[in-house]
Write a protein that binds this ligand. Structure first.
Ligand code: NAD
Length: 386
């Protein structure tokens, strides 16, 4: 019998279950790169479209785990030495966490987690785990690769449009009873003809490029692995061999690489200063890729025209976090990858990974980040150990 410690975000303020806006969601079976969507054995413990990412939803895992004689503990109290997470961690064999409400598995916590075998990310992005420490402790780190890539790509497109067209301030004018058109449009442009560049063109970054193509933008990218020439030609992409070259050229920059020690503060004061005046930045990757206070200064000075994203550090962000109130921001709490549609896929993928683990079959290669003491699968492709 294993103890599974699952850390999820709290229920809605008005209680669970919520009323749903729609009765069903589409079934997605295959992703753009040919990867199949999660294929767990047997029935799901939830109806796709239900809110399973919060504590009461428990990712729909309770029936499967308890039938197998395992103990599932679902909590949201995760930060600080007196948290439930720290108290329960030493007995846990599996920890499940979501990037939206990350249970930080630091090297210190990994030392205390004497029974831990698997750190499972219900979603994508396992930087909340100290990967080097997990590798040393022979803990398998896995995530549900692909499960919310399109959810995030759609969000990035929305944010590019809303920043450039000045949507949020204009919407606020409408809410406030105003009608000053000049105020609404004095920072509003078309995105057609602008240069858009993504730092990282993996599953999400490439999906963003594909979705923006019909808008008539000039598309650029830089990343560790150059894309196939057929994709470059199809989308008329300009490849940049480094970040510096891309950021000096484009008008809108999207960040879509993982966070690991050498990408922390990738966009620092000096890098921000090299961008064109009036650049828009979108970051639905990780908050720590950007130097927090340098960004605030760049927005206040007018060098950067707008910043939108949903990722912060730490999470949840404190009420005083300066990105909540900096000028020209389109921030939300971390939500892009946890739409109800995304939850259905990453909850099914979490079940699939648990079934592989308990039945002794190999976890899908693309789900692996760390395995057998080293980076593996998507981890080997996209991350570096600290
Ligand atoms: P992916 O593994 O498919 O692609 C990442 C790409 O980054 C890889 O192709 C790799 O070549 C490139 N890369 C890695 N390090 C680089 C570097 N230093 N410079 C240039 N390129 C580099 O990943 P993905 O599924 O597209 O996700 C990307 C990131 O987005 C995740 O790691 C995660 O942090 C974030 N994410 C956020 C949300 C959200 O809800 N906001 C959801 C999913 C993923």
């Amino acid at each position: 019998m294993a103890k599974i410690l699952c850390v999820l975000y709290p229920d809605p303020v008005d209680g669970y279950p919520p009323r749903y806006a729609r009765d069903e969601i589409p079934t997605i079976t295959t992703y753009a790169n040919g990867q199949t969507a999660p294929t767990p054995m047997g029935a799901l413990g939830f109806k796709p479209g239900e809110l399973v990412g919060c504590v009461s939803g428990a990712l729909g895992l309770r029936n499967y785990l308890e039938r197998g004689g395992h103990e599932l503990i679902v909590i949201s109290d995760k930060d600080g030495p007196n948290s439930e997470f720290e108290r329960l961690l030493p007995d846990a064999e599996v920890v499940i966490s979501q990037p939206f409400w990350p249970a930080y598995l630091t090297a210190d916590r990994i030392t205390k987690a004497k029974n831990l075998k698997v750190a499972l990310t219900a979603g994508i992005g396992s930087d909340h785990v100290d990967l080097a420490a997990a590798a040393r402790a022979n803990i398998t780190v896995a995530e549900v690769t692909g499960s919310n890539s399109i959810s995030v790509a759609e969000h990035v497109v929305m944010m590019a449009l809303s920043l450039v067209r000045n949507y949020l301030p204009a919407h606020q004018t409408a809410i406030d009873g105003g009608w000053n058109i000049a105020d609404c449009v004095s920072r509003s442009y078309d995105i057609e003809g602008l240069h858009f560049g993504t730092i990282g063109a993996g599953r999400i970054g490439l999906a963003v490029l594909r979705r923006l193509k019909p808008f008539g933008l000039h598309l650029h990218y830089t990343q560790r692995h150059r894309l196939d020439s057929t994709i470059e030609n199809e989308l008329n992409l300009t490849f940049h061999s480094d970040v510096q070259s891309l950021i000096k050229t484009v008008d809108i920059i999207n960040l879509q690489i993982p966070l690991y020690p050498s990408t922390e503060n990738l966009l620092d004061e000096a890098v921000l200063a090299q961008m064109k005046r009036g650049t828009y930045l979108i970051n639905c990757a990780r908050g720590k890729l950007v130097e927090r206070d340098a960004l605030v200064r760049a927005l206040k000075s007018g060098h950067i025209a707008g910043y939108a994203g949903d990722v912060w550090f730490p999470q949840p962000a404190s009420p005083e976090h300066p990105w909540r109130t900096m000028p020209f921001n389109g921030m939300t709490p971390h939500m892009s990858g946890t739409s109800l549609s995304a939850q259905a896929r990453y909850a099914a993928g979490t079940l699939e990974i648990l079934q592989s683990y308990f039945e002794g079959t190999r976890i899908r290669e693309e789900y692996l980040i760390v395995d057998s003491g080293n980076l593996a699968g998507t981890g080997a492709h996209s991350y570096e150990l600290g």
